[in-house]
Design a protein around this ligand. Structure first.
Ligand SMILES: [Zn+2]
Ligand SMILES: [Zn+2]
Length: 392
């Protein structure tokens, strides 16, 4: 099948789907309308459909003879943002917006579902399409895995996509190895001893302790992590005190940690804990710290990534391929990719002629040519991962 022509033939339908999803954004684990449309389209195409996985997730299965089981995953949720765009397809739900592009992901997912169902002669095996809820900080992927979505049947390989405004439309970020960071949140309470602001000698000032901790934490990345490696330690909140003349009893710190591999992660977590607890002890205060994993690092399998790079080069030319797209952002697709070897593909979606708005911004929008590009690359990669006799 000539995948570029077939995908281009879906252009108008992809735009209709994407704009409909865009106008009706739903927050994570509440994607009832979106999931309903996805399930209806998949059923119409002949997929065996399971709904209600991780509350609002949808799984579509298309069995097409003996062969490998390959999974393709998209996410469905929007963000709690009031859209600031003046476009005909502006969000109709106040305070809700598809500001990360998951509306485009659903449209691309349905486009891929359409091509794979209409051209079953071009591949052999079982296609498992996963429409995941709650990606934005709700770990919908983790919930789906715990509910057994990777069993019956278990995929041999997987693909996933994200539209990406940092790259212009027509570019594809396909990078082997770690591409998105593992993320932790951490919370620390520093307990001192409050008192009069004029008599600090009678107190243990938790604000001073917290300030020392914030400074000392800056040495984790600069002194404990190799200069050839990457990590982030951020303090996002420092909460303490109310009055100008009162030394409070306690202070609270909240932050996040980002790393690309598990060894560095262990070093950073250990040092953050040591610095928080050790600094408090040095100053006569007490510290309690909780470190909570959010997502593991997202790591692309070398073989599947090589196959996707070939697909991009064959369809769009070598210039379209960007091999160094990485971000310290996190993505819960990592929960799938740590179980199933696969490739997370960044589909360039920035406007060619003007500056592209950032993801999670109230002005976020994409160049819709990314929809056809996404369908073409994913469908062709799926076909090559499930070659029938005719393709050998
Ligand atoms: Zn996002
Ligand atoms: Zn996203």
């Amino acid at each position: 099948m000539d995948i570029l022509t077939l995908a281009a033939g879906l252009h108008d339908q992809l735009v209709v789907w994407r704009r409909d999803f865009h106008m009706h954004p739903e927050l994570g684990l509440e994607e009832h309308r979106s999931a309903g449309i996805v399930a209806e389209v998949l059923r119409g195409l002949g997929y065996r459909v399971q709904t209600g996985v991780a509350k609002t997730g949808v799984v579509g299965l298309l069995e097409n003879g003996p062969g490998p089981v390959v999974m393709s995953r998209v996410d469905m949720d929007a963000l709690p943002i009031q859209e600031a765009n003046d476009v005909p397809y502006v969000s109709q739900n106040p305070g809700r917006m598809h500001a990360c592009g998951h509306d485009a992901h659903m449209a691309i997912g349905l486009g891929v579902a359409t091509l794979m169902a209409q051209h079953r002669d071009a591949w052999r095996g079982t296609l498992k399409l996963i429409f995941q809820p709650g990606e934005e900080g709700m770990n919908g992927a983790d919930i789906m895995v715990k509910e057994g979505v990777l069993e019956n049947p278990r995929p041999d390989k997987m693909l996933a996509i994200h539209v990406w405004n940092k790259n212009s439309v027509g570019a594809f970020g396909v990078t082997a190895g770690p591409v998105m960071a593992g993320a932790e949140s951490w919370y620390a309470t520093i307990t001192g001893k409050g008192g009069h602001g004029a008599m600090p000698e009678q107190t243990v000032d938790p604000i001073v302790v917290a300030a020392l901790i914030v400074n000392a934490l800056q040495t984790v990345v600069s002194r404990n992590v190799s200069a050839l490696d990457t990590a982030v330690v951020t303090v996002g909140a420092l909460l303490s005190g109310d009055a100008f003349n009162v030394i409070p009893d306690s202070a609270e710190l909240r932050g996040t940690i980002r790393t690309f591999n598990l060894e560095t992660r262990d070093i950073v977590l250990r040092r953050v804990r040591e610095i928080v607890e050790g600094t408090a002890r040095m100053m006569g205060a007490e510290a309690a710290i909780g470190l909570y994993p959010l997502t593991p690092p997202l790591i692309n399998d070398a073989n599947v990534t090589a196959l996707v790079r070939d697909v991009v080069t064959d369809l769009f030319g070598a210039d379209a391929l960007k091999s160094d797209v990485r971000t310290m952002g996190s993505e819960d697709c990592a929960f799938f990719l740590q179980e199933i070897p696969g490739c997370f593909i960044f589909i360039g979606s920035g406007f060619a002629d003007r500056e592209a708005p950032a993801h999670h911004n109230a002005h976020f929008d994409i160049d819709e040519k990314a929809l056809v590009n996404g369908v073409a690359v994913v469908a062709e990669a799926l076909r090559r991962l499930m070659p029938g006799d005719s393709n050998r």
